[in-house]
Write a protein of this length. Structure first.
Length: 212
């Protein structure tokens, strides 16, 4: 995960402090889904978690620092799924990876579903200007991982050309994760299948003759 540009407090190391911080994040994720980005506040988080505001401020400067930590945690968990998928499939070839791209979509969606407030965290990373950099940096990091793993199998392409195309595919993949919670007119199975079909074409693209 790329480091965020916002200056954040260092996570605690002592077990009790780690547990307190994790509890605050769990509560914040649930609250975010209940009240939304605008209404969530450090006071609400403290009330629900039964901790004092000074206790919260030991770990987070304000509500955006809480949302930042939620975003980083969600993306780290999603990225762990991606790295395991790369090791299983893409490291062995783009054809094998393309055949299993729906598996990656489903596993990523499962992480979002099990994360407290998961889809709302993703929305916050789009909606709040102070948080956009987290999403962008993480997606660039994911693009780097996929590009590095794909390069040995696509020697006809320059790294820049490959990175550009994968970067667009990555953005599409995360948009699919959000679409699962927003579009109720299409079944989730159809969304997964159609998204996988589109991403397979991105993984199996042919060189267009350019290397820049």
């Amino acid at each position: 995960m790329a480091k965020a540009t916002m200056v954040a407090k260092q996570p605690p190391k002592q077990a009790r402090a780690v547990q307190t911080r994790d509890t605050l994040l769990e509560v914040a994720g649930v609250l975010l889904a209940e009240v939304g980005i605008e209404r969530i506040s450090t006071n609400l988080i403290c009330q629900r978690a039964n901790v004092s505001p000074p206790a919260l401020y030991r770990y987070f400067e304000d509500k955006y620092a809480v949302l930042e930590a939620l975003g980083l945690r969600l993306m780290e968990r999603q990225n762990a799924v991606l790295m395991a998928w790369i090791d299983r499939y893409l490291s062995k070839g783009v054809e094998l990876a393309a055949a299993h791209v729906e598996e990656l979509l489903r596993e990523t969606a499962a992480i979002t579903d099990t994360e407290p407030g998961g889809v709302w965290i993703e929305r916050a990373l789009h909606a709040a200007p102070r948080l956009v950099h987290i999403r962008v940096q993480s997606h660039r990091y994911v693009t780097d991982l996929l590009t590095d793993a794909s390069m040995p199998h696509l020697p006809q392409l320059s790294r820049d050309a490959l990175w550009n195309r994968i970067r667009m595919a990555v953005e599409f993949g995360y948009a699919v994760d959000e679409l699962l919670h927003e579009e109720h007119g299409i079944s989730k199975d159809v969304i997964f299948a159609e998204a996988a079909r589109i991403l397979r074409s991105a993984l199996l693209f042919e060189s267009d003759g350019t290397r820049n």
